[in-house]
Design a protein around this ligand. Structure first.
Ligand code: PLP
Length: 394
């Protein structure tokens, strides 16, 4: 039964209607492929919104989760478990390789929660009176109330006024605007290296570097939201590496569990130490089952050299897409790309037609299609999708 017939039959929808009516119901996935409940095959070039970076039903990740599920799932944070300990050490080691900095990790369950942790840490670190955070218009930081307040999309705030205090927004890429927004109440800047939900918009060259300098000058924290860009999506382990900056705080989630819900906040030790026992927490923080997924993802991404694969496959996809008649521009980094179709083209209609022909993408803006396929995608699969894209735009 498809999601459509579910509604068409007049049955009561079991979900609170915060999501639009889905057009397809998926039942199974393997690598880049998905099958719907009618047995129709698709190529997943969205990766569950940049989540399934190692492909659907990845055997290594599945085995790690299954084994952990039958060993120890959860003990609470009143006790330690060896899986979380090892996974945190692995995250710290990875961030150390990427920054040279020594840091500590807090595990949570989603990107929004990772940002909530960062926002609270910024307030604790800044102290009373230094609680404000500046982020960019067009950003996306999550749906919980504070993460939403940080999200630079006023239309998403409006139904939920009043928003929490202490959030301000400036144009993405404009360092003078940012400088102008800083006063003594501002303790941190929260920024994406590529605005994912905002349309796959990479930070301009020099922007993150200038933010780092400004943060150093004013004693503010530089917090990077790597929830979408992290874990090899952009052709480096983290998007900030393209800009040669060392952030104070990094938030991550999406690809971190390859579909198992998990997120994390990493902070340099001098910053992390602002948090004391009782300041923050989560029942599921560092739960063994989720951190087993993290451990397996990092090991597997290292084994296949995921950043290099993401860079090379991304370059291949970008070149092929740029040659498709009707694509006026391709932007993004690695395997986080958007094909701009130009004014007058309805990306939603293109998305729907692609889906009909078995290609999963998303209309990230009114005129652009987003691609975030698994890093394990093959050249043959890329060729297949580009051929469908060519046919749809013709
Ligand atoms: C998806 C996303 C989030 C929110 O993550 P959830 O897991 O949906 O809470 C936050 N920041 C960025 C950059 C994202 O892309």
């Amino acid at each position: 039964m498809s999601a459509h017939s579910f509604d068409a039959q007049g049955q009561h929808c079991p979900f609170i209607p915060v999501f639009g009516a889905p057009q397809v119901m998926f039942e199974r996935g393997l690598g880049t492929e998905l099958w719907d409940t009618d047995g129709k095959r698709y190529l997943d070039f969205l990766g569950g919104l940049a989540v399934t970076a190692l492909g659907h039903s990845n055997p290594v990740i599945a085995a790690a989760i299954c084994e952990q599920a039958s060993t120890l799932m959860h003990v609470s944070n009143l006790f330690a478990n060896p899986v979380a300990t090892e996974a945190a050490q692995m995250v710290n080691a990875l961030l150390h390789e990427c920054t040279g900095a020594v840091g500590q990790t807090f595990f949570c369950n989603s990107g929004a929660e990772a940002n909530e942790a960062a926002l609270k840490l910024a307030r604790k670190f800044g102290g009373r009176g230094r609680h404000a955070v500046v982020s960019a218009y067009g950003s996306f930081h999550g749906r919980t109330l504070a993460a939403l307040a940080a999200t630079g999309q006023p239309a998403k705030h409006e139904p939920f006024f009043p928003m929490p205090d202490g959030f301000r927004h400036v144009a993405f890429g404009d360092i003078d605007a940012l400088r102008g927004a800083i006063d003594p109440t501002v303790g941190a800047v929260l920024i994406e290296s590529v605005q994912g939900e905002g349309g796959v918009v990479p930070a301009p060259v020099g922007y993150l570097r200038a933010i780092r300098d400004l943060c150093d000058e004013r004693g503010m924290l530089m917090m990077i939201d790597e929830v979408q860009t992290g874990f090899a999506r952009t052709g480096r382990w983290f998007g900030f590496q393209h800009h040669e900056v060392v952030p104070d705080v990094v938030t991550m989630a999406k690809a971190m569990g390859n579909g198992f819900p998990v997120g994390a906040m990493w902070a340099r030790v001098e910053v992390a130490s602002a948090f004391q026992p009782g300041d923050h927490g989560s029942t599921y923080s560092g739960t063994a089952i989720a951190t087993a997924a993290v451990r397996a993802v990092i090991n597997e991404m290292r084994r296949i050299d995921a950043p290099a694969l993401s860079a090379s496959k991304g370059a291949y996809l970008a070149t092929k897409l740029a040659a498709v008649p009707g694509v006026v521009d391709v932007r993004g980094q690695g395997l986080l790309l958007a094909a701009e179709l130009g004014a007058g083209v309805d990306a939603k209609a293109v998305y729907t037609e692609l889906l009909k022909r078995g290609v999963v993408t998303n209309a990230v803006t009114a005129t652009a299609i987003r691609f975030a396929p698994p890093i394990t995608v093959s050249h043959a699969e890329i060729d297949e999708v580009v051929a469908v894209m060519t046919a749809v735009l013709a």
